[in-house]
Design a protein around this ligand. Structure first.
Ligand code: PEP
Ligand code: MG
Length: 884
């Protein structure tokens, strides 16, 4: 097997299409090299080698060593240096590189190949002894941390000690001799800590680092990141070994990161940061605050330090040309890392850049307009789920803001929450549902869980590409980074900013779009659905086949849904209307009634309310279909439980407490989800469904009379399981309708249908169609419950354990289980159509708003999906992507 692929020197063994094998970084290094761009030569050890390593109990494949040796010889040839050669040493970096980028999740070792002899070679080759020993100490520190597992603090303390003794503050003030002494102290510390000297042999160093990268695939950070981003463990990571280039060789050397367009706003302008005389990690780690790449960028930030455009104009020009080539070649916004070594440009990485939803939208629309991609491709470029970021409230621009600090607008959106300084605490409070803002000096990969739990993140240090900024954008969390005015005092549990003190637990608001940090809560407003959003949604609507409706019962939800482009209501849960304050009394009266006459009397009080609700919905949804589901929950849900509550209700309502208790006891069920609910209510108490049908149709006739436009009414019966049930319900519906029409002297069209929520209903869908169902809506919440035999209400107790143990890959109530529940959906669709070709079918369970489930709905050929109002745009986009 071939485990190793070389690149550099104007060619490569691999290319960009080989991401699965070479990882993202390795594949793109190969591609850049083949494009003739300046890439330091190196080689990639494949993800398959990593997988084999784990499959064989952490053993390298037998022929790996030989292939690595051959690849290294090739690199030596191109660079004209030799690995481990004291006089002319080749130094390499060793980095992980999985298929999907996992920023900061795994470890990197730089300057590998340095030892007591080669450091002298590096000193004389570079003519810079200080640089050589600084490089050596960096190497010892990184290697000891990543490979030997020693803490960074061990080394930081030694360095601080030296600086203190010399009376200096900055690393840059140390001289060659100082660094030599630091190196000696580092080596001694390593020997003391692990009982053997720091490895001197280049070959041994290399294998140590390769092993550490493989091992980092299974570290806790990486596992957490994978779980969060749905990355399978089976992908493995590749290892990239690449000859070093140095951005810390003086004032004509530099290192930086750039995006070909602004990753936060999408603006089509080169965007990035760099540091003169620095090594790569310095930029990302937020240790020194980097400078802007372009003059415009510098002016915008009000920086005084010169930009790269100004400080290194010639190599900057070459850089701009290079990244333009890359963007055109990949036809997407690129995120690149580069180094300038003594005036010479080297590209270290390129990849499609991560971006906020707002930027994704703008970039997709701009690129389609520029002719770089097609409109359909633009539709495919925006992740539906990411729209969520745009669909939520932002700060009301007219509301007063008590700004106490300002930082960089690192990830857009507004968030309000309690100040928390610690990631574990953020997670703990987050689990309790408390909104928190994580405030940190800077974040590291150890903070991932805290960032995830927080509503927003503030860091005092770090740039737009710092860990906090990159991770927050990826998660869609609002983030303000580099808020220099924030001074955290962990000892007293507060931060100072703008002359004020904010304690842990106090509320602040952040605006990740402006970089402002504000005291207290600031009101928010609904986002605007125009501009690029409207353009892209227009392209999506043209591409999709599935219709998109919303689950809504209140006028507010219905209006929101229409605003978001819903094409009707796919599920109006009428019980929500029963719960409202003024009605619940009549509902309880109905439940307490001793006979049908008593129930009818109580229902007569509810009917006008229901009719009013339906009228409003029909008007909002004028010309669009509205599916109204008749009463579903068991009646005891409308009664209080527990003696104390019952007595309180009796006192407040004048109802008889003893009778209430008796009735509650009579109605109690040991398994309510499978109990007296759904259409079983309609069969046992037809008067309830009759009242609802009457209210629906009278409302429809009234709206028709007033507007001249009859709504498209769909009356839906829940939890139907048998043809006979359907027949009974159909007759009940039609009989009531005829009564209404006779009384009104007018008619409207209506459809009668059923929810498919029971396996039997899916299996016998043909019977239901035969018995008069004119449409079906798959209620996949209940269908998942009844197919898995897992209670919707109790699943939370054990599903977590199932997900942790990998027994289930996903929560089946979130992502449709295509193999099981989906198979029933497929069967239902086929059998219904076999009996009644053209019968209308949709889905209204939560899955109707989940992009992957929507993909499945497209495949089985449903007519529409219905989801919560805020998810409507997500569903429209997902439906388009499913169709393309
Ligand atoms: C369903 O079961 O999928 C459904 C939409 O109905 P409900 O969630 O109201 O039970
Ligand atoms: Mg249901």
């Amino acid at each position: 097997t071939r485990w190793v692929y070389g690149f550099g020197g104007g060619g490569a063994d691999g290319d960009a299409s080989m991401k699965n094998l070479l990882g993202g970084k390795g594949a793109n290094l190969a591609e850049m090299s083949s494009l003739g761009l300046p890439v330091p030569p190196g080689f990639t050890i494949t993800t398959e080698a990593c997988n084999r390593y784990y499959a064989d109990g952490r053993q390298y494949p037998a022929d790996l060593a030989e292939q690595v040796r051959a690849a290294m010889a090739e690199v030596e040839k191109v660079t004209d240096k030799r690995f481990g050669d004291p006089a002319n040493p080749l130094l390499v970096s060793v980095r992980s590189g999985a298929r999907a980028s996992m920023p900061g999740m795994m470890d990197t070792v730089l300057n590998l190949g340095l030892n007591d002899q080669t450091v002298e070679g590096l000193a004389s080759l570079s003519g810079d002894r200080r640089f050589a020993f600084d490089s050596y100490r960096r190497f010892i520190q990184m290697y000891s941390n990543v490979v030997l597992g020693l803490s960074h603090d061990l080394f930081e303390e030694i360095l601080d000690d030296h600086k203190e003794r010399l009376g200096v503050e900055l690393d840059t003030e140390l001289e060659a001799g100082d660094w030599e002494r630091v190196v000696a102290a580092f080596k001694q510390a390593v020997e003391q800590a692990q009982g053997e000297p720091f490895p001197q042999e280049a070959e041994a160093q290399l294998w140590g680092a390769i092993g550490a990268v493989f091992a980092s695939w299974m570290n806790e950070r990486a596992k957490f990141y994978r779980r969060m981003h749905d990355i399978p463990e089976s992908w493995g990571t590749a290892v990239n070994v690449q000859s070093m280039v140095f951005g810390n060789m003086g004032e004509t050397s530099a290192t930086g990161v750039a995006f070909t367009r602004n990753p936060s706003t999408g603006e089509a302008r080169l965007y990035g940061e760099f540091l003169i005389n620095a090594q790569g990690e310095d930029v990302v780690a937020g240790i020194r605050t980097p400078q802007a790449l372009t003059r415009a960028g510098r002016e915008e930030m009000g920086d005084s330090e010169p930009s790269m455009e100004e400080a290194l104009p010639k190599v900057f020009g070459q850089f701009v040309e290079t990244v333009e080539t890359l963007e055109r070649h990949y036809r997407d916004m690129q995120d690149v890392e580069f180094t300038v070594e003594r005036g010479r440009l080297w590209m270290l990485q390129t990849r499609n850049g991560k971006r906020t939803a707002k930027a994704a939208l703008k970039i997709a629309v701009d690129m389609a307009r520029e002719g770089l991609i097609s409109e359909d491709e633009a539709v495919m470029r925006v992740e539906p789920q990411a729209l969520d970021q745009l669909l939520h409230p932002m700060l009301d621009p007219t509301a007063p803001r008590d700004v106490i600090a300002k930082g960089l607008p690192a990830s857009p959106g507004a968030a309000t929450g309690q100040v928390v300084f610690d990631s574990d605490e953020a997670e703990r409070l987050g689990k309790l549902g408390t909104p928190v803002i994580l405030v940190r000096e800077e974040t590291s990969p150890e903070d991932i869980h805290g960032m995830h739990a927080a509503r927003g993140i503030v860091t005092a240090r770090g740039g737009m590409t710092s860990h906090a900024a990159v991770v927050a954008r990826g998660m869609g969390r609002p983030c303000v980074s580099g808020a220099g005015g924030v001074h955290i005092d962990l000892a007293t549990g507060l931060f100072k900013a703008g002359g004020r003190e904010v304690k842990a637990g106090e509320t602040i608001t952040i605006d990740g779009s402006s970089g402002e940090v504000m005291a207290g809560a600031v009101p928010t407003i609904e986002p605007e659905m125009s501009g690029d959003f409207a353009t892209l949604m227009g392209w999506a609507d043209r591409a999709r086949r599935l219709r998109v409706r919303a689950n809504a019962e209140t006028p507010l939800d219905a209006r929101t849904a229409r605003g978001f482009g819903a094409e009707g209501i796919g599920l109006c849960r009428t019980e929500h209307m029963f719960f409202e304050d003024s009605r619940i009394a009549a509902v309880r009266e109905m439940i307490l009634a001793d006979d049908e006459a008593g129930r009818r009397a109580a229902l007569a009080k509810i009917e006008p309310f229901q009719k009013g609700d339906f009228t409003e919905l029909f008007e909002i949804m004028a010309g669009l279909p509205v599916t109204i589901r008749l009463l579903d929950p068991p009646l005891h849900e409308f009664l209080p439980h527990g003696d104390a509550e019952i007595e309180a209700l009796a006192r407040a309502s004048g109802l008889d407490a003893a009778k209430l208790k008796r009735r509650a006891r009579d109605l109690a069920e040991s398994n309510p989800m499978l109990g007296h609910r759904g259409c079983r209510l309609g069969v046992a108490y037809p008067e309830i469904y009759e009242m609802q049908v009457r209210a629906i149709l009278e409302a429809a006739i009234e709206v028709k009379g007033r507007t001249g436009d009859a709504p498209l009414v769909e009356i839906m019966h829940p939890l139907v399981g048998a043809g006979r049930e359907m027949k009974f319900l159909r007759e009940l519906t039609d009989r009531t309708a005829e009564d209404v029409f006779a009384q009104a002297g007018d008619r409207v069209d209506y459809l009668v249908g059923a929810m498919i929520e029971l396996p039997r209903a899916a299996i016998r869908a043909g019977d239901l169609a035969e018995a008069g169902a004119e449409f079906f809506s798959f209620g996949t919440n209940d269908l998942t419950q009844t197919t898995f035999g897992i209670s919707r209400d109790d699943a939370g107790r054990f599903l977590g354990a199932y997900l942790d143990a990998g027994v289930y890959e996903n929560d089946p109530f979130v992502r449709l289980d295509q193999e099981g529940v989906g198979e029933l959906v497929r069967m239902g669709v086929e059998r219904a159509r076999a009996t009644k070709p053209g019968i209308k079918m949709g889905i209204c369970g939560e899955h109707g708003g989940d992009p992957s489930s929507i993909g499945f709905c497209e495949i089985v050929g449903l007519d529409y999906v219905s989801c919560s109002p805020y998810r409507t745009p997500i569903a429209r986009l997902a439906a388009a992507q499913a169709a393309l």
